[in-house]
Write a protein that binds this ligand. Sequence first.
Ligand code: C2O
Ligand code: CU
Ligand code: CU
Length: 513
Amino acid sequence: MRRKLEKFVDPLPGIEVLKPYKKTKDGAHYEMTMKQFRKKLHRDLPATTLWGYNGQFPGPMIEALRDEPVHVTWLNQLPNKHLLPVDVSIHGLDQLPAVRTVVHLHGIETKPDSDGHPEAWYTNNFQETGPVFSRKTFTYPNHQRGSLFWYHDHAMGITRLNVYAGLAGMYVLRDKQEKLLNLPSGDYEIPLMITDRSFHADGSLFYPVQPDDAAENLPHPSILPAFTGDTILVNGKVWPYLEVEPRKYRFRILNASNTRSYRLQLDSNILFQQIGSDGGLLRNTVEMETIRFQPAERIDVIIDFSKAAGQSIVLKNDLGPNADPNDDTGSIMQFRVTKPLKDKDRSLLPAALSVIPSLKQNSISVIRYLKLVGDSDEFDRPLLLLNKKHWHDPVTENPRLGATEIWAFTNTTSFSHPIHIHLVQFQVLDHQPFDLEQYNIDGKIIFTGSPEAPAANNRGWKDTIEVPAANITRVIAKFAPYSGEFVWHCHILEHEDYDMMRPYIVVEDDEKQ
Ligand code: C2O
Ligand code: CU
Ligand code: CU
């Protein structure tokens, strides 16, 4: 067993902003190469072998401007052998190359052939390609409001392993309207990518080959129904610290963990001022003592350190299993308010942030009831499904281009799932609890409470939302501006891989449904 790593000994790494290799009248052009590399993730841990975009973990940041398209050629120069245990018993992976990649830019509105379809994968230098592969360069139009998006691997059946190996990075879209608000910016706007990992004593990544309680007949390796690491990293460092000035900072926070959810809290009397969610600014700033946050969600917060000079403040995770004294996942990072104030803080924290028209005004074409269900496979392993359908079953969700629909996610399992829809930013209508025991007896949904409005910080644009157990969570979305095949799925990567992901098709008017 590896010895315990000391917390708050390494400074938080900044994230490099990638320069385009050319700019043309049709936008900015980038190239990004996936490579294997080694990096020290903690002072006392030997260097870890990782996979990363441009050999970095997190990958470099792309900064885009609204309405200025970005084109990225995502190159794969990874080795042919996987860094982590691949379960070839699922999705016919025994027939496929072990190392396959395809990049999805999470939160962006783009055409299907740039969306990173799980079967549009390719191997090193495009030697082999998946059935849906069609292009080497992806285009992101950026015709949407500014926000923090993130790119990550999405290859069929191995997304959990590719992302865990390090294939994730951030993408910030800026717009003029946001700029006018004069929020903290420059050195005072800091992206934070939170992940959890476990390590072997030699520094290599630990990811289990099989579940702990594996039955004898289980495939080897065998996928796990969930995985949480025992160590928290921010921007690729284990429990880092950040020295700050006594003033306001804006933090753009992403949960890029496979399975782990967090509930953020500061161990001081400072509260978070949340200004944005997945799809950009909220209508109004909301003061939050704690913020729940599932895989793939983003939160945009301002923390005001102006009255905290000299203090050390820990960003806590109160969902960390703190009962075990060896478990440190209750802490994420530390802020040290030790830097002198460089300049008067002229940034603002406006109460009113943006205008968000409610989609409820639109006429609703369809309401879809979509069940999150637990099943088991031939090896008696848990198998999680959407509407009892597997990935390869025919498409059942096919909104018309431009239609507004309500999707009612009905969670009949006993834990939360972060549900994500590609292409759209949606609005959360409500959450309504039902009697799960009754449902398990006769399949009837008996509500045990009235529909509740989403929490104040989830009333803006979202692309991923926590659907709690025994609950129907309804979201409303307009399926535009592109038609074609996209996917929706649970963003717990172990679930997405097996088998909580479904294709859906946005159909044009003249196509028949
Ligand atoms: Cu971030 Cu299809 O996912
Ligand atoms: Cu996505
Ligand atoms: Cu799930």
